[in-house]
Each structure stands twice: as structure tokens, then as C-alpha cells.
Design a protein around this ligand. Structure first.
Ligand SMILES: Nc1ncnc2c1ncn2[C@@H]1O[C@H](COP(=O)(O)OP(=O)(O)OP(=O)(O)O)[C@@H](O)[C@H]1O
Ligand SMILES: [Mg+2]
Length: 285
């Protein structure tokens, strides 16, 4: 068990339903917490050791989460998810490479270091495809390219974006899914639960008003979720999976600070208990 003299740091800026549920569960277990708002916290790597027994990372901004976790780890504070996990899963290309290296099924991808390079190769790769930012959430700026004209227009716009990383162009084969995707929540090798997210739009994530319903976890889905989690290393993940017309399962991305309010509504609070169990176990190691 964690020694009780130092509090558990909880890194966040926005107190969403997920953070409220996690903090309530920690309080129920009498775990003393110190909420660190990443917008106002400063770190002193050359100063005294940070006074925390460990940290739970629930920061919504990828970059703040990553650097806060690195700084805490530098001063000897273990963080769940770790800085390495946050760096890996915050980048969709790095995530896909780790999954593919471990043999986890993912949609085919095409990557160009400029949008123009991808545009010239697209006819051979085949449409439709989805182009999405390497770093980003809630389906923002993800576009489905169904014809050559749209592809040209969207990729020309990407070429005009100001950030160097935004021009690295990551394209995924569009999987013709049955109006839904699957969000699996995994802690270590334990599956906390899975939900379908259904919508009329091709982007079916909860942030875009999808309807959430329980998804049965059969052996095949369990295998894909566990293999994906193992490929990414120890941590708590929200793993997004799509089914193709033949029932094949493909992992499209993994979230390092998963939202689960939709899943908790239909699966219940055991999800939150499982999340906290894992965090406390991991920090005790
Ligand atoms: N290759 C694909 N084929 C079919 N549908 C896709 C594909 N990629 C993404 N989608 C759809 O778009 C949604 C958003 O994609 P993705 O999860 O990769 O983006 P995101 O911005 O990280 O979203 P979030 O952070 O909310 O999970 C998915 O939930 C899915 O419905
Ligand atoms: Mg997603």
C-alpha cells in the first residue's frame, strides 16, 4: 500500500465529470489528494523533492500533461500514466507504429512529411481516407476524404497551417464501420469495460454527441484490447476500435487520459473503482 504521510498529486486543469468521479473515489478510500492545477503550478527541478507519494495525470492538454509528468518523474514522483506513455499515446503516428510493431491490427496508414507528398501518393493508396492531426482530441480537425477534389482542398489547407508538426500528414484508411465505434477501457491487462458509440456522423466519438451503449467484450475484442495495452506499456487507456463490414477489429487510437463519462453512465461506477485500484497498485510498486 501507499504510505499515507504524503498526498497523491492529481494533475488537472479542467474538473470534468471524470476527475470528479476519480477524486470522489479516492476520498471514499481516505487517500489524501493535492490537486495541482497545471495552469498555475511551477516546478523547481533543482529544488527540494516534490512532496508527493505519486501522481495521477488527468490533465486535458497533451503538452502540459507530458511536461508535468516528466518534471514530476524527474523529482522522483511516479506518475500514472507515465510521461513516456503520455508522449507515445498523445501522438497518433507513434501510437500506430507501436501497435503495428506488436502485431495489433490497425487501419492501413500513409504518412508524408508534407501534405503534398501524401497528395501525390493518394491515388495509389486509395480513397476514402481519414486525415487527422498527430496530436488532438474530440475528433477536431479530422477530415474524411472521399474524392480527389476534397483531398486536394483539405491537404492544401493543411500545407498552410503554421505549425511544423501540423504539416506532417498522417492518413488512415477509412474503415466502413457500422455507424459506431468501440471505446474499450483497459487498466494494465484488465478490461474495465467497453461501450459502443453510435452516431449519424462518420465521427462517432462521445464528444460529438454519440449515443453510448454497453458493448459485450468477447474473447476477440478482449484479445485486441489487451494486446494494444501491452504494446503501449503499463497504463490506463481508452482504446478506440472500429469494426469493418466483415467484423474485423482495428485499433484507431489509444487515449492516455481517457474520458469515460459516457461509459460510466452505462457501465456504472465499478469502472472508476477499477481505474483507482490500478493507479494505487501501480504507484505502490
Ligand atoms: N480510420 C477510421 N475509419 C473510420 N472511422 C474513423 C477512423 N478514424 C476515426 N474515425 C472516427 O472518427 C472519430 C474520431 O477519431 P479519433 O478517435 O482517431 O480522433 P480523436 O480526435 O482522438 O478523438 P477522441 O479524442 O475523442 O477519441 C472516431 O471515434 C471514429 O468514429
Ligand atoms: Mg478517439
Amino acid at each position: 500500500m501507499l504510505s499515507s504521510d504524503r498526498p497523491l498529486a492529481v494533475l488537472l486543469s479542467r474538473l470534468r465529470t471524470e476527475e470528479k468521479l476519480l477524486l470522489a473515489e479516492l476520498e471514499r478510500r481516505h487517500i489524501r489528494c493535492a490537486v495541482l492545477d497545471t495552469r498555475s503550478t511551477v516546478f523547481r527541478p533543482d529544488g527540494p523533492a516534490a512532496p508527493y507519494r505519486g501522481a495521477l495525470a488527468r490533465e486535458v492538454s497533451h503538452h502540459r500533461a507530458h511536461y508535468a509528468a516528466r518534471l514530476l518523474e524527474h523529482s522522483g514522483v511516479p506518475v500514472v500514466n507515465s510521461a513516456g506513455t503520455i508522449a507515445l499515446c498523445g501522438d497518433k503516428l507513434l501510437t500506430t507504429l507501436a501497435l503495428r510493431a506488436a502485431g495489433v491490427p490497425t487501419p492501413r496508414i500513409l504518412v508524408g512529411l508534407t501534405p503534398q507528398a501524401v497528395l501525390s501518393e493518394l491515388p495509389r493508396f486509395g480513397l476514402p481516407v481519414v486525415v487527422k492531426p498527430l496530436v488532438g482530441s474530440w475528433g477536431r480537425l479530422a477530415a474524411r476524404l472521399t474524392d480527389a477534389d476534397t483531398a486536394e482542398a483539405v491537404l492544401e489547407h493543411r500545407a498552410a497551417l503554421p505549425g511544423a508538426q501540423q504539416r506532417i500528414t498522417y492518413v488512415q484508411e477509412y474503415v466502413d464501420k457500422p455507424g459506431r465505434d468501440i471505446r474499450g477501457l483497459v487498466a494494465g491487462q484488465e478490461i474495465l469495460g467497453a461501450v459502443y458509440r453510435s452516431a449519424g456522423h462518420w465521427r462517432t466519438n462521445t464528444a460529438r454527441d454519440a449515443v453510448t451503449s454497453p458493448c459485450p467484450v468477447d474473447d476477440r475484442l478482449a484479445g485486441v484490447l489487451r494486446d494494444a495495452a501491452a504494446a503501449l506499456g503499463p497504463g490506463v487507456y481508452g482504446i478506440d476500435v472500429v469494426e469493418d463490414a466483415d467484423g474485423g477489429l482495428y485499433v484507431i487510437e489509444a487515449n492516455h487520459t481517457p474520458e469515460f463519462h459516457g461509459a460510466a453512465e452505462v457501465l456504472g461506477l465499478k469502472l472508476v473503482a477499477g481505474y483507482v485500484d490500478y493507479v494505487l497498485e501501480r504507484l505502490a510498486k
